[in-house]
Design a protein around this ligand. Structure first.
Ligand code: AMP
Length: 249
């Protein structure tokens, strides 16, 4: 069984996002970009399934500019066997990503596709679900446990009320929640090995896929600066202020 893992290159989670001076988006120039944290979990899970003898090959796929090759190398350092970059300089919305990943999934004949539950830059949480819809596959989102048994995937999902256990016939799309696993530390020898693994380059524009955005960003703004807090004298003072100033009691 081949597994596809979708990996997105995003602004590193430790970096404070800065808005471009013209308000058109987040400034990524000269910023540290890394693999979306939920996609690291997706890679780790795919590699564990391969190590357990369940999968024969793990293919990492990224859609975006040439720099995403670095993210694919990270996926290969975690243990993916090879990478596919679907190159595009355009802004890719989740629907466009889902269509591009579909192209690769069909070409490779994968049985399981693992996505992150959301990309920490757009927070859309849509690409995995749209992919499953386009493929006509079952989907299990927010997975905290994945097990493959014969032709079925047994997935535990994190939902509001607790945990939900699903049994789905393969092929299946899964999106990862935080507690699925803890990604391994990437060692230097594995970084060196990853440099030699195959990385295929495809041009998104050659794939006959409609990549046109369905939404328009009107303006991106910094959140309003928080006002300084105050110290209250005692509980009575707190209650008085909540009643009279904040008017929330
Ligand atoms: P989103 O729907 O944008 O929140 O993204 C959800 C998941 O889809 C991510 O965690 C990735 O696994 C995958 N994904 C989104 N954008 C891309 C991309 N440009 N390239 C590869 N995978 C992506």
């Amino acid at each position: 069984m081949k597994i596809l893992v979708a990996v997105k290159r995003v602004l590193d989670y430790n970096v404070k996002a800065r808005v471009k001076s013209d308000g058109s988006g987040v400034d990524l120039a000269n910023q540290k970009l890394s693999m979306n944290p939920f996609d690291e979990i997706a890679c780790e899970e795919a590699v564990r399934l391969k190590e357990a003898g369940v999968a024969s090959e793990v293919i990492a796929v990224s859609c975006g500019p040439a720099g995403c090759q670095e993210t694919l190398r990270t996926a290969m350092a975690i243990g993916a066997d090879r990478g596919v970059l679907v190159e595009s300089e355009a802004v890719l919305e989740p629907l466009a990503v889902a269509k591009l990943v579909k192209h690769v999934a069909e070409k490779e004949g994968v049985q399981l596709a693992i996505f992150g539950k959301q990309a920490i830059d757009d927070d859309a949480g849509q690409a995995g679900q749209m992919f499953a819809g386009l493929m006509g596959w079952g989907q299990a989102t927010f997975a905290s446990k994945v097990k493959i048994e014969g032709d079925y995937a047994l997935v535990t999902r994190e939902i509001d009320g607790g945990l939900e256990n699903l049994k789905l016939k393969l092929p299946v799309a899964v999106t990862t929640d935080l507690r699925l696993n803890e990604p391994r530390f990437i060692t230097l020898p594995n970084i060196m090995k990853a440099k030699k693994k195959p990385l295929e380059l495809l041009k998104a524009a050659d794939l006959g896929v409609d990549l046109a955005p369905r939404t328009t960003t009107l303006r991106v703004e910094e959140p309003a600066a928080r006002k300084a807090g105050i110290k209250v004298a005692d509980v009575a003072d707190l209650v008085k202020r909540l009643k009279e100033e904040a008017k929330v009691l």
